[in-house]
Design a protein around this ligand. Structure first.
Ligand code: GLN
Ligand code: ZN
Length: 768
């Protein structure tokens, strides 16, 4: 009998109950007992949902109050000094302190003399989930410091469930962390770390647990040899501990780590066949005869129904070889998919029939397992027939396949991605036309999204505000933003993006080929969730999306108004994408739609157009060998949307992160006339990449950090600008904040911008 299992289930709740409870708790409106009750209820519901779906072995340990890596740190006693409780064991307060920082002088039941800043948050592999980076000190000690896992195992068993605890493996855990204080090799901590794993495995065995899932997703990365060696060392030690161990890998293929992963002395291996189907069938020959093989065949990262026939063909072949040593699973934890499609009451039946969320994915896993074990089961026939119908309708639907879009794609020529003249010639024309001073000042696009803006949008969506009233409310915001910018003396103005809920959703809502869910929330970090739009069909732009707003803003001022768009790569990265055509093709479709908007803006007299590519770098594949392929099509998509304009029209782009070394060549190849980037927190160190590469176009290195309400003074910004001027020729420098200002208030925004404009003026007299 093959067995079905789940690697992890979303914890946030189908109505985001966890989010609501957490936020109420942080506000002091829900006490800890109340919060614990919500957690218990969610866990019980989620186990029940998975069990009812037909999953044999349920995950425990996938629940986390904030983040599973943070829970792991607490469990192992990896608590930075600044958060360490003065007495006794860490509490939930300790955990939230590590996650959110401590501003009051009390936390964790003790008194803190100093506020403590939160641990760093960073992307979980190539997902949009973010984890809290463990901080290791050179003398790091590990001890079992939290009972959550054991309590939850007991809780699940008391509910009568057959469970498989999930823990992060020792190598992945060390890899994800950072050495703090002095420089040292995290791998040196391995020997100290392993005994705690031993303790955990022993405790779980005493609780009667048979299988433990140990997540080692870094096996899908390019690993240095010493890390590979450490895998062997670690698992040779851990094999002495009780319990059967399943090593779980996901988000990519094992490639050069396949032999290593297959031969580790554990009882089972999970691989991700969605992301790396080429691992099958060769894995069958590489796996030792005693091991369980778990095949991740249902996509845990997307929202499409599985093609059960083709999956079953693979599983049958595996089943013949492995028999009961075959397990069937989603590709990765379902943390990355929305909870339950049944909640969606606004999607039409056809579209809905194409989709599967976490609950439905569990049903697919269970069904596939039944199809192996009991092929005559009538449920199998019904499900396969339904799956065939879904595949057939998606293959033919005119809602998906649009001849006009495909014809446009087929007609793309090299010239479409090429500006008319090289940058050196364009910039002369642009300078002559724009007449800007040296060190031109601008902002990144958004101004404060105030409560009244959000209220107006809500009222409009609820039908309480007419279209005309809503437009007027937004116009009034634009007038205010323009007035403020004129008073400040900024050189290139923006309309402020008041009308935009979100930089992707705003555009997605206006494109054909996008759908929206009501409850398709996915956890991003802590209590934060995102509801990505769904690309389901060929994409096109039925009408202009921004021209009216930006045209309105331009008409209010003699100064140059910068038009503001989101780029194709960012649109793609922050959406659920199609699985029937490549990401590259989807990026091209988006690029053509945005290109039309760029040209409409140009026709409307807009002289500067910014195309944000906030997610350009985060699209980098996990394996370096795939980087160039990605960078090529991503760069091409940007060029395609930006290159239709005349030389005199200036194209800006914006990217809000800080590691450019890896991608500087691609950024130069995008050939934007101006790039604005985040640099202030690195003290302009990041410009090194641009200097070393001899980046040819204009740059606006952010001179102040918009993530903090602190208002920097002029001296601070002039200092940064002088540093920038040492690396970049002054005639190519722009002056702007690090990113958009939508999360800030007006008072701090104006105060900071006054100082920024003063800094630019000072630099003009000093250097220009
Ligand atoms: N134009 C957007 C803004 O100013 C850019 C945001 C981003 O890059 N994340 O908000
Ligand atoms: Zn940004």
């Amino acid at each position: 009998m093959a067995l079905s299992h789940s690697l992890g289930f979303p914890r946030i709740g189908r109505d985001r109950e966890l989010k609501k409870a957490l936020e109420a708790h942080w506000k002091g409106e829900l006490d800890e007992a109340g919060l614990q009750a919500v957690g218990r209820q969610l866990r019980a519901t989620h186990w029940q949902l998975q069990k009812e779906a037909g999953i044999d072995l349920l995950p425990v340990g996938d629940f986390a109050w904030y983040d599973q890596v943070l829970t792991h740190s607490l469990t192992f006693g990896v608590i930075p000094e600044r958060f360490r409780p003065h007495s006794g064991k860490p509490t939930l307060g300790t955990l939230f302190g590590m996650a959110r920082g401590v501003s009051q002088n009390t936390c964790c039941g003790g008194v803190h003399a100093q506020p403590a800043s939160a641990q760093e948050l960073t992307k979980w592999f190539d997902t949009n989930y973010h984890y809290l980076v463990p901080e290791f000190s050179v003398d790091q000690q590990f001890q079992l410091s939290c009972e959550q896992l054991f309590d939850e195992v007991a809780e699940a068993r008391s509910l009568g469930h057959n469970v498989k605890p999930v823990i992060i493996g020792p190598l992945t855990y060390l890899w994800l962390g950072k050495a703090k204080g002095s420089e040292f090799d995290r791998l040196d901590l391995l020997e100290r770390l392993l005994p705690v794993y031993g303790e955990i495995l022993q405790r779980l065995a005493t609780q009667g647990v048979e299988w433990v899932q140990i997540d080692e997703p870094i096996l899908a990365l390019d690993l240095p040899q010493v890390w590979k060696n450490a895998f062997e060392r670690a698992y040779n030690i851990l094999q002495r501990e009780p319990g059967k161990k399943l090593i779980a890998t996901y988000f990519g293929g094992l490639e050069d780590n396949l032999g290593l992963a297959a031969s580790l002395p554990v009882d089972g291996l999970h691989i991700d066949l969605v992301r790396a189907p080429e691992q099958f069938p060769s894995i069958l020959d590489r796996l030792p005869a005693y091991k369980v093989l778990s095949l991740g065949v249902v996509n845990g990262r997307n929202i499409w129904r599985n093609d059960l026939d083709s999956t079953l063909a693979i599983l049958r072949q595996a089943h013949e070889r492995l028999g009961e040593r075959l397990w069937v699973a989603p590709s990765c934890s379902l943390l990355h998919s929305p909870v339950d499609l049944v909640r969606e009451d606004k999607l039409d039946d056809e579209l809905k029939s194409w989709l599967a969320f976490a609950v439905q994915k569990c049903e697919e896993v269970a069904l596939l397992t039944t199809a192996l074990n009991d092929p005559q089961n009538p449920a199998v026939h019904t499900a396969l027939a339904k799956s065939r119908a879904v595949q057939a309708s998606r293959a033919q639907s005119p809602r998906i396949h649009k001849p006009a879009v495909q014809a446009r794609l087929a007609a793309i020529s090299g010239a479409d991605s090429q500006r008319q003249s090289p940058f050196v010639q364009r910039i002369e024309q642009q300078r002559a036309r724009l007449q800007l001073p040296a060190f031109p000042t601008t902002t990144i696009g958004s101004f404060p999204q105030t409560a009244s803006i959000r209220l107006a949008r809500q009222s409009f969506k609820a039908g309480k505000l007419s279209a005309a009233e809503y437009t007027e409310a937004m116009h009034s915001e634009i007038r205010h933003a323009v007035q403020v910018q004129e008073n400040l003396g900024l050189d290139v103005l923006v309309h402020g993006e008041a009308e935009r809920n979100d930089m992707v959703e705003y555009f997605a809502e206006q494109l054909d080929g996008y759908a929206f869910t009501r409850f398709g929330w996915v956890q991003s970090y802590g209590s934060r969730c995102v509801k990505p739009a769904v690309i389901y069909g060929d994409l096109s732009r039925p009408h202009a999306m921004t021209v009216a707003w930006i045209g309105y803003a331009q008409a209010l001022t003699q100064k140059v108004m910068k038009g503001m768009l989101t780029g194709p790569v960012t649109m793609l990265m922050w959406s659920f994408t199609r699985d029937d055509i490549s990401r590259e093709q989807q990026a091209q479709q988006l690029a053509l739609a945005i290109r039309d908007e760029v040209l409409d803006l140009e026709t409307a007299g807009i002289k500067i157009i910014q195309i944000d590519e906030a997610a350009f770098r985060e699209g980098l594949p996990l394996r370096q060998a795939q980087w160039q392929g990605y960078l090529d099509w991503a760069t091409q998509a940007f060029r395609l949307c930006a290159s239709g304009v005349r030389d005199e029209t200036q194209i800006h782009t914006h990217m809000c992160y800080s590691e450019f070394n890896d991608v500087i060549e691609a950024i130069a190849a995008m050939d934007a006339d101006v790039i604005t980037i985040e640099t202030s927190r690195s003290d302009m160190e990041l410009l090194q990449a641009f200097e070393a590469f001899d980046y040819p176009n204009d740059i606006g290195p952010g001179v102040y950090d918009i993530h903090s309400p602190r208002v920097p003074d002029t001296a601070e910004m002039t200092k940064l600008l002088r540093k920038a001027a040492q690396r970049i020729p002054v005639e190519r420098l722009w002056v702007n904040p690090d990113c958009g200002l939508k999360t800030r208030g007006w008072a701090e925004t104006e105060a900071a911008l006054v100082n920024m404009v003063a800094a630019a003026r000072q630099l003009r007299t000093e250097l220009a």
